[in-house]
Structure formats: structure tokens, C-alpha cells
Ligand binder design. Sequence first.
Ligand SMILES: [Zn+2]
Length: 483
Amino acid sequence: MKSLFLACAAAISAVAAPAFAAAAKGDVIIRHATVVDVEHARTVADQAVVLRGSDIVAVGDDKDIAAKWQAPRSVEGKGQYLIPGLWDMHVHFGGGPELIEENKALLPLYLAHGITTIRDCSGDLPEQVLAWRDEIAGGKLQGPQLFTSGAKIEGLKPVWKGTIEVGSQADVDAAFARLQRDRVDFVKITDSTLDPPLFLYAVARAKQLGLRSSGHIPMALTVQQAVDAGLSSIEHLDYAYKAGVKDEAAIAADFAAKRIDRAAANQRLDQGFDRDVAMAAYRRFAAQDMSVTPTLNGGRILAFLDRDTHADDAYLAYIGPKLRKTYDWRIERAAKATPAEIQARHERYARVAAVLPLLQQAGVTIIAGTDAGFLNSFNYPGIGLHDELGLFVENGLTPAQALSTATRSGPAWFGKLVRYGAVAEGKAADLVLLQKNPLQDIAATRAISTVILRGEVYDRAALDAMLDATRKQVAAWNAATKP
Ligand SMILES: [Zn+2]
């Protein structure tokens, strides 16, 4: 009897086994979603996406995928739009060691706003940020994937803290030895006191060592000199504007020879933009694979502090009191401006913003980055990236082009498009589910219903809980700092 039963069971399983074996196992299946193909600016309806661990393992028509794959967790994507996770390619952490906890509390703000990768462009807590990078990568700390420059390279006695000060080529070489020991993801070079020839030497050295570099270009150099030396990205649209000024080389030479001061140089730059000169420069950028991170929102906030003091911004409830205090520097500086200076600031912002569509037209890769973090007043981690994308569209990009700056440009810059920037098999399971179509209206990136980071699903309730926890933490800090 027993042997008969076994024989029957074997016969049944022999018939049934192939069907079960064909159902491959995933951890999560997203059903019926409209996948946004950012590269080709199109949508693909009724797709299923299977995640296993931190990988996307299958994407295809919902019916086919659901027949082939099983997963314990299912996410309903009907009527929703699935995009690759967003990248904010210009953020800062800093303000001193007593601000470490407040900086750490910014990490969930990025995640809650669909940002799955951030690029830290250096502050004054380089060791701390390097430690967070490794803790996040090791799954010990919740937060977006973090790339960092580590400490930035600067001249002697700079205005910035937490820098590696260099006064000679030997100093630059020593700086790179340290940065390589720190396994930095790229190099940031700024020019508050850095000697222009040393700036070029540092950029060239980075390139020799296979490190990407970005930074602030000295007034005494033309932007093209920095690009020719091997700079990998221009931070802030002002420098792209500068490259479009007809007399840029003469202004740089006059400034280098101390015939004019910075204010006079800026005045000549303000008046000297030439569309043809600019387009020729931008086509060279494109040919030399030079990307631009405009950080337009930061420029807009500072230019219009006279019209909007941001004192009543609801988002301030998510920013710790010591971080808010670092905003004062720029607020006080702006408050001292004369009406003529304010007017000039407004006009300058408009002139610089007008460069954006020219870069796109010339084929330059535009990278979305906010400049959010300490010091940069009211430039908010998380929501700021969505503001930046809105400004991109306002200033002439299509929603698809804007979306690409935040999903594909960052991976492209790091040479990681094989892993990021699309909803496709083999790519990272870093995804955002939106309630509206971002190719029709870029504001749809704000309508987030689910964020997936390294295969971990955060639904709206989980994201709201994350925001809530930050707000409560900040409220507790506020209460503790009241006299
Ligand atoms: Zn910055």
C-alpha cells in the first residue's frame, strides 16, 4: 500500500514538476506598471518587473512575466509610472563635528523623495561622509547610495574648512595619495586660494590617476583651459555662462595680471555673453565629454532672497536647528545688498539660466544636482531636486530631458550606465513608482507612491513614517536649543 502511494505521488509530481520548475523565484514583483523608458522618452504600458536582492531580474509584458515568475511580495503598479531611482549629483554635508547627527538625519529626506543616489561634493566632515558611504553600502545605515569626493583640494588658508591645502606640486601629489587611500569616488578642487597653475596641475593629475574631477574654476583661467586639462564636470551654470563670454580670455588675463579685481571681471563677464561664442564652446564641451551640473535652484534662491525670505517654508520642519543656523551667512550677506545690487542679481540669474537650453542644443550632458546641505540657505535636501527639475523645464528642457538629467546623467558621469538609468533586466533595483506621467509633466516626480532602494520596498506609508520621524527628531532638537 505504502509503495503504491509513493509510486502515485512520484507519478503526480513527474507531471506537475515542469510547471513549478518554470516559475522562477524573485523577491518582489511589480505588476501592471507603465515603465518609463527615459533614454527613448517613451512609456511601455502594462509591464511587470521582478526584483531579486538588489537586482532587476526580469521586465516584460505583465501576463508573460507573471506566468513565469513568482515572488512573495507583489506591488500593484496599475495606473502608475515606474522610473529609475533619482540621483542628486551635488549635495553637501558639513557645518562642523557638532552637526554630524543633523547631517545624518538628511539621509532619509533624500530617500523619501525618490533619491536613491547622492554625490557629496565635499564639506568639512570628509571622514564622517566616507564612513557613511561604507556603512550604507554595507547595509548598516539606511540611506541613498553615496558617492563622495572626500576632502576637497584647495590652496593655503582657504575660506572653506575640511580641505587639503596645497601650495606646491608636491603638496598636490601628497593630496592625491591621501585621496586614493580614502578610496574617494571623484575629486573636488576649489579655488578660493588655489594658485591657478596648481589648479590645472591637480586636474591633470586626477586624470592621470583615472579619477574624475569637478570643481570651481579660477577666474584667472578660461573654462576651456580647465576642460583641456581634463576636468570631468563643471559645477554651477555660471562657469558655462563664463565660457560663452566673447572676451573671456582677455578678462582672465587681466585678472591674472591684477589689472582688474573680481568685481570688475564679473562686470565685464555680465556684459560679454555671445551666443555664437557660447555655442562653439558648448559643442567643444560635448565633444570632450564635459558635463555641466547647473545647480540652478541654489542660484535662484540666493538671487531672490529679497522677494522670498523662506521664513515660513514648511520644509524647515525637516532641517535641524544647527543646520538652519548655517543659513545665516548668506542671508546676512544678501540683506546688505543695495537695490541696484539686488536688481543686478536678478538679471544675472536670468542671463545665466538662459544658457541651459543652449547646452542641451549643443549636446552637453546636463546633470541634476541641488547644492543642498549646510551653508546653502533654503536649498533643501530631498525636495530640492524636484525644484531643480522644475526649473530645468521652466528654462527650456523638455520633461524627458529633465528626467534624464536626474536618472541617466549621473550614472553616465560615473561610467555606470550599465547598472543604472533604466528599468531593465540586470540593472539595480533602485526604482520610483509615480502616480502621474513625468514625460507629460515633470512635477509628476513629486507624486511618489513607492520607492525601491537596493530591492527594499518603501510604500507611501513607510516614506511618510520616515518623514515623520525626521520631523519629530528636528522638533526635539528645536525644543532642546530654545533658551
Ligand atoms: Zn556645492
